[in-house]
Design a protein around this ligand. Sequence first.
Ligand code: GLA
Length: 867
Amino acid sequence: MNSLFFKRMALIVLLGTAPSIFAESVWLSSLNLKEMTTGWSVAKADHEIAGGPLTIHGKRFAHGVGTHATSKFRVALDGNARRFTAEVGVDDSAGNQGSVEFIVSGDGKTLWDSGVLKGGEAAKSVSVYLAGVKTLVLRVTDGGDGEGNDHADWADAGIEMKDGAPPPVALPPYETFRLSTKSFAVTFQVGDDGRLYQRPIGTDDPGAKLLRDDEFYPQAGDGYIWEPALQAVHNDGNSSTALVYDGMTQTNESADIALTRAHLHDPAYPFEVTLCFRTHHDEDVIEEWTEIRHQEPGPVMLERMASTSFLLTTNVYLTHFFGDWAKEMINPITEQITPGTKVLDSKLGVRADQFQNPSFILSLNGRATETNGEVLAGSLAWSGSFQCEFDDNGQGIRALCGINPFASAYHLKPNETFVTPVMIWTWSDQGLGDMSRKLHDWARDFGMRDGHQTRAVLLNNWEATGFDFDFNRIVSLFDPAKEMGVELFLLDDGWFGNKYPRISDNAGLGDWQPNRQRFPKGLAPLAAEAVKRGLRFGIWMEPEMVNPNSVLFHEHPDWVICQPRRELELQRHQLVLDLTRPAAQRFEWNTIKSILAVPGITYAKWDCNRYLTQPGSPYLPPDRQSDLWIDYGQALYALMDKTARTFPDTELMLCSGGGGRVDYGALKYFQEFWPSDNTDPTVRVLMQWDYSYFFPSMAMASHVTHWGNRPMHFACSVAMSARFGMDLDLTKLPAQDKAICAGATSAYKQIRDVTAFGNLYRLEDPHEGYRGALDFVSQDHSRAVLFVFQLNDGQNMAVHPRGLDPARHYTIHELNPAPGRAPVPQEGQTLTGAELMHDGVVPSCAHAVEACVLELDSGSNGSLENK
Ligand code: GLA
């Protein structure tokens, strides 16, 4: 022991004065012992736990702390301490019984451990240097045999501080931190074992004992028995990971946004994990992801690395969406999560979705409604195979979501950081409507490109012409489009390929030169014809794919993803180019660049029409084959990012054989997505309703077509509630349909700022009744648009809008009324928002496949004088 320190302590004892008069030396017993936990009674200053003198093996101590296992005491030193000293042992008051272990640790590292000490044994001296230590933790365990008679003494315990340093301060026994937004909070707590725990969402008992099951981001292989968030094989073959908490940082990125980074490491390996959370206060949104890094001698194999692992209480309902091609998102399933593991996943490799969208809703304490209930929406920002698991162990539910571990073990090299996809969470304690509105607000700001610009009215030729067109045929579509009020023309598939012309879907992908027979002078003159008429021009592309019938494939058969010794498995006659190969990356980028650089092109539809079913890369070495799925996804995002940055004024539509890539991973590089090839408006009513739980309507492309042969007025009304477009041969449209489309086009232009930026209220669920209804209310509440879509015959009961300003006066006006139908009975009437919301509005539709679109306009300030 440092002799000066000893002398000072001795002097203090002699003088009977508190040691804190010497700033350098502080008795442990002078600190706030209320913060010390004990297994029995309360910690005593200068006495043993039962109140008698501190005595170990017959030796009395005037100073010290009497405690009882299990005990913990945290002390803030802020790097100002030199040393901790004490004499420790079981107090004689235990009558030769009891057994304990004293552990001294600093900043998560064990500095000294007494081993098991039994009653009647002599005191053991401890003296540890504390240079640089910020937090000292003194713990007493039960020695492994229960807490009976475990009277434990930290006798003569003192902390020597640097000269002039502020005194140490007792801290609450458990380090906690919270993530909080306007109406949501999650609490994390560091356990006695140094691991990080989370208080389950939906419980508010801060005193509840934390169990091993409550570990946050649990790791496989070291005691945790449920679904782990992380499973890694270290470079030496050890398949276990044990993470302890090192600390966290919280930084404000703006008044509304904070970034929390919690640092963990495995004491046995140079292996670190950072749990990252970006909170958006007003939107109740949390973006969550994980960063993994190591300095082991060679690669570490990541077999499982979830983006999220939040714990919830039980009694949770899960809503998810199952579908298929042309049936995306029309089948919401709500079920109570029960013990066992519920898995939502996809293994499609180059897209997340076809059957199962990587988005879901958790409702706490029963089913939520549009206006009631605690709900947590989750959406994984990843466009490849994903897995969301809801692991219910009977005591609580863990929601794990991330890249699908299926066949995707990833080799992480030393000093590289693996960043998981972002999980987007949105909370509401006011039901599904509020949840969606907050998520839409976030999405317009951060989840998509140009979320604050209205979208153009688009005409697509796919349903009108299929592959059968040439320069003149396409140009013939421009004048009627312009007359109709269309603002943007999209030329779909079929414009490229010469040796293997793209006149059907079995040839040409990969040969991105305009077909010389169809477009002898290339695309520029075609785009110029559109621009000349005041139309913008857009183009279809599928840069990731190749047909075996193509020059590209003949020149580079080794550029495709395939499995050796297996026959090539074609889907839609095509294969996926191997984006892990730098030459293929360069090829795809050059393709995109050359297409989008054509003068006049300001819009592109990026398609992806197959899955990844033979996941082998001729480029990657044999022992890196399982990296393919993740390397592909990352290379794809790099390509999308480069495209968005290089062509900032070119709008991009995300399409994957319909709605295969509807996820926030890709959407951030795109303005909109194609929800489904199914454009039957009776189906779109359901799909758009379901997508709207997670995505704003301005991101959903909705085109009027002849699918389902529905009345044109119905088709137009449904398309107007999202990003309105048409996929029709306008030259062949009957006059009445033409007039309806023209009316819808101009009505859409009038309301698109409200549907794009306004708040969405889902009013009547089309899955449940004979009709669906929704309204959008402008942020300043001055205008609203109300949509009623009738799917079956039924009474035209009043529909009750929501979200209006009760005090404002709104004038009712039906937009683009259906020809030959009586107008809405309240046409032209002015009512207050309160009246409208209470009494409702009677729509003009009463039969199946009729629709009614109403504008509710309060003028500039909503006062009657201004009407
Ligand atoms: C996919 C898309 C369609 C269309 C065709 C063209 O199926 O989903 O909208 O672009 O490709 O081949």
